[in-house]
Write a protein that binds this ligand. Sequence first.
Ligand code: ADP
Ligand code: MG
Length: 340
Amino acid sequence: DSYLNPNYTFDNFVEGDCNRLARAAGFAVASKPGVTSFNPLMIYGGVGLGKTHLVQAIGNFMKNKAGGKFVLYVSSEKFTSQFINAIKNNSLQDFMNFYMQIDILIIDDVQFLSGKEKTQETFFHIFNHLHQSGRQIVMTSDRPPRELEGVEDRLLSRFKWGLTADLQTPDLETRIAIIQKKVQAEGIQIAYEVIEYLAHSIDTNVRELEGVMISLLAQASLTRREIDLELAKTTLRHLVKDSEREVTVDTIIEAITEYYKVRTADLKGKSRLREIVLPRQVAMYLAKELTNLSLKSIGYHFGGRDHSTVIHAIQTVNDLMDTDKEISTAVAKLLKMFRK
Ligand code: ADP
Ligand code: MG
């Protein structure tokens, strides 16, 4: 068994600026394992950005090709526990022999090898053997090799022999494409405005995006409701409460409407009255301070304003805080409310 999950393929790995190099390198390696200079291939990036998916796609691609290559996917934790068991059972040589026959070794989350000296030493020998005999090694890590602490220098230097490529947080267009792909795979229909809303609201990582999608689908089928914008908003609100995630634009808008006694529709609307414009600008300022959202996404949540309007709002509030005591007090109060 190669421990590959057949659901992780190149076909359903959506390409975007955030992953283009890593994906291309992965595809090159999958097409010509051990042949390119991308050996080892090291993919790194934060949680839920697609590391496991991408390296499994490499494995699946190679496994499905003719030629009978021995592909193995293993997490670093599993590798470590297998190693410990081998020592306990006096079967270290079998363990080494097994790993030394692999044609393509995919080892996930190597940051877990940190501090495990004996495991690293063994991995070092396996690595050397495979590399010298032209076999392919693919690794992932949650950080770049230079930031891996507790990993021996001689191993680290080998990690840098081939190609290191990172996965970044997907941009808006990629998030939309990922949701669309998921929706397509489920064989359901969702209005574009819902997809856009989700993509603008969750910009942390793909796993989170998928989590929200799953809840949304579950909600829809449990309540036999259609997936519309309202259901998406409710689902998101509940999820945020459950997991005490960061502040969202919706909760900021709620606080602003109470504080300034304005309506949500006004904040998102076109009014140029000062008693509306100021709360709207403060709300955008808070959104920038308290969420990770891009200026573009903040603008989206305020009636589809463009990012230059958001920049202007933030600048205005910044200036006012220096000159206007009432505003600086208000902003401080609101910030404190969210940060406690
Ligand atoms: P990591 O290993 O970096 O923590 P995963 O590979 O487990 O992340 O990805 C988390 C989820 O997001 C998986 O279900 C994966 O299929 C999905 N995913 C991540 N990136 C993409 C992408 N570019 N296209 C499609 N799905 C993706
Ligand atoms: Mg992973």
